[in-house]
Design a protein around this ligand. Structure first.
Ligand code: OGA
Ligand code: MN
Length: 295
């Protein structure tokens, strides 16, 4: 079997065939590892890995933050989720550009999905290249943002969706002490700079809440444009893995009456490079729950 790497028609992403991820020898792993750093998103069609094989493959990238999680629009009893269910809000949130776990003290290194059930149309996963996005900025903008940080909170991002997270929702919500992260991240392995933003980012210290929202929205709008975006239309058993240190991702909307189930494994960041700073009291003064109008 010979490995074929087919780059996407974009600044990121490649599809890899001729490889069995359940039986990865060291030479093949070296190729995958290099491609991960070069392309940021790798698609492996028709792998249909078992749970254990997915965990083993993801573990090659580092310690796991989450071994297995179902990203699903179905309740355990098979009914479709609605806005009374926390997973509904997580899925809705996933429709907005984000970095996994950026709102936690330790952000994720990589995330991996296998398609277990897919709708007929829609539900593509999309990725945006924030390395090429940074490179596309004017020197003036680069200078403006190079020293800035933003807070990252999923209380903020869920409230922006129109959900008021409840105590006990148990998804890392917090009202203050949100992690503080530079807007520009230097990739620990490639040394390349990229925009490190997304829907959890808000409240840039030193400017107003409005200026901050505007700047962050402008950066995403500018960066997440062709040729810096790619997507995957899923077939059952396909696997994708992406580098959260360099790309944003989101899911395209689809009809919730059709089941969509993705098996997610998340690789933890390296504490030396993905650990956030803190600014314990900033959020209390810059952002109060309820300040933002609900949808
Ligand atoms: C995720 C995520 C998008 C999708 O698993 O972290 O955002 O396409 N998923 O399901
Ligand atoms: Mn995600």
């Amino acid at each position: 079997m010979s490995i074929t790497i087919e780059p996407k028609d974009a600044t990121l992403g490649a599809s890899i065939t001729g490889i069995d991820l359940a039986q990865l020898d060291d030479a093949s792993w070296d190729i995958v590892k290099q491609a991960f750093l070069e392309f940021g998103v790798l698609i492996f069609p028709s792998q249909a890995l078992s749970d254990d094989a997915q965990i083993a493959f993801a573990s090659r990238f580092g310690e796991l933050e989450t071994e297995l999680a179902a990203i699903s629009n179905e309740r355990p009893n098979g009914e479709v989720v609605d806005d009374n269910d926390l997973p509904y809000w997580i899925l809705r949130g996933n429709e907005r550009w984000h970095i996994d776990s950026s709102f936690k003290p330790l952000a994720a290194k990589a995330s991996c999905l296998t398609a277990m059930a897919v709708p007929e149309s829609g539900g593509e996963t999309q990725w945006a290249d924030m390395r090429a996005g940074y490179d596309a900025l004017t020197d003036e903008t680069k200078q403006r943002i190079d020293g800035l940080c933003a807070l990252h909170s999923n209380y903020y991002s869920h409230e922006m969706l129109g959900q008021v997270p409840r105590t006990g929702d148990g998804y890392g919500f917090h009202t203050k002490g949100a992690p503080l992260r530079p807007l520009v991240k230097t990739h620990p392995e490639t040394n390349r700079k990229s925009l490190y933003i997304g829907r959890h980012a808000y409240g840039i210290p030193g400017i107003t809440e409005e200026q901050s929202e505007k700047l962050l929205a402008e950066l995403i709008d500018l960066a997440a444009q062709p040729p810096r975006v790619t997507e995957h239309h899923w077939q059952l058993g396909d696997l994708a893995i992406w580098d959260n240190r360099r790309v944003l991702h989101r899911v395209a909307p689809y009809d919730y009456s059709q089941p969509r189930v993705m098996r997610h494994t998340r690789v933890a960041g390296n504490p030396a490079t993905e650990l956030a700073g803190t600014l314990p009291d900033v959020r209390a003064t810059m952002y109060q729950p309820g300040q933002i109008a609900l949808e």
